[in-house]
Design a protein around this ligand. Sequence first.
Ligand SMILES: Cc1cc2nc3c(=O)[nH]c(=O)nc-3n(C[C@H](O)[C@H](O)[C@H](O)COP(=O)(O)OP(=O)(O)OC[C@H]3O[C@@H](n4cnc5c(N)ncnc54)[C@H](O)[C@@H]3O)c2cc1C
Length: 301
Amino acid sequence: MDKIYNYLCGVAGKDNVSLEEDMSRHVTFRAGGKAKYFVQPENSLQLSEILRYLKNNSVKYYIIGNGSNLLVKDEGFDGVIIKIGNKFGTIEIDTEKKQIYCGAGVMLSKIASIACEYAFTGMEFAAGIPGMVGGAIAMNAGAYGGEIKDIVDKVWLIDENCNEVCLNCSEMEFGYRTSIVQKKDYIVIAVSLNFENGDKSDILAKMNELLNARKEKQPLEYPSAGSTFKRPEGYFAGKLIMDAGLRGFSVGGAKVSEKHCGFVINAGNATASEIIELMDKVADIVYDKFGVKLEPEVKII
Ligand SMILES: Cc1cc2nc3c(=O)[nH]c(=O)nc-3n(C[C@H](O)[C@H](O)[C@H](O)COP(=O)(O)OP(=O)(O)OC[C@H]3O[C@@H](n4cnc5c(N)ncnc54)[C@H](O)[C@@H]3O)c2cc1C
């Protein structure tokens, strides 16, 4: 029997481990290959134990949250995909400190609506980002002038030695769509977020306004990973792609959205290879026309 599979089952339980897991089920692009091993640890102790074993045995691994910024190549991932999902779902509200403490597997939309319930303002910008807290911290997710770094108090992580550490916001090295998590391969397990007291109806109105703006401008009716490319300094990726005449440009089932050129969408049974080929072609054409390099925001595994 497979040694790694047996080990993972022994630590996380058989129900939380699978072989040859179809990763298109775990990414919002709804495309891509399989993970040789897939595990969802139930807590940080299991997580550290698994990480120690994988590191000691030189087994490749990759951490995922809600998969809203990810694509696994069609040939698959020959290692262990570790999902920090709803098992890391603790939520605690401290009304005196105006803080919410939550596990890395809580969806941003859920925290935003709890914050609204408690009339906590500061997170309205994130209500429509379809990621989990861990992914948002790793990516320093942001929208409409806000970024998660603006409200982070502390982050609990597993470090390179598989130990639990707690960092203050100032130690997180947040930058545009990056943080220490990506630089050092840390793993987010929980976070505490700071809020201000606000007015519940104003908070709700702001969230609805931003959600409606997304619905109007973004192709939410198709699978995608949001903005495909990072914003190049001084430009907007979507505008460059549109100006290059690439609106609706497609490779197989992968297509540049007609509604928002910054989004590559899965318009119907796209493979990961088609999505990647389209991204490469778009980047090449934009570079040839405008001399601007488009860098993917989407992580390709
Ligand atoms: C329709 C749509 C709209 C979007 N709009 C926005 C937007 O407005 N702004 C924005 O910033 N993003 C946006 N995104 C992209 C995406 O939702 C964010 O980047 C989100 O923060 C990713 O979270 P996730 O849980 O899905 O992470 P995943 O996609 O699972 O992972 C993304 C990265 O984070 C790492 N990661 C995930 N969890 C952890 C963890 N616990 N510890 C360490 N590393 C981890 C992964 O290794 C990977 O490198 C959008 C996506 C879609 C599909």
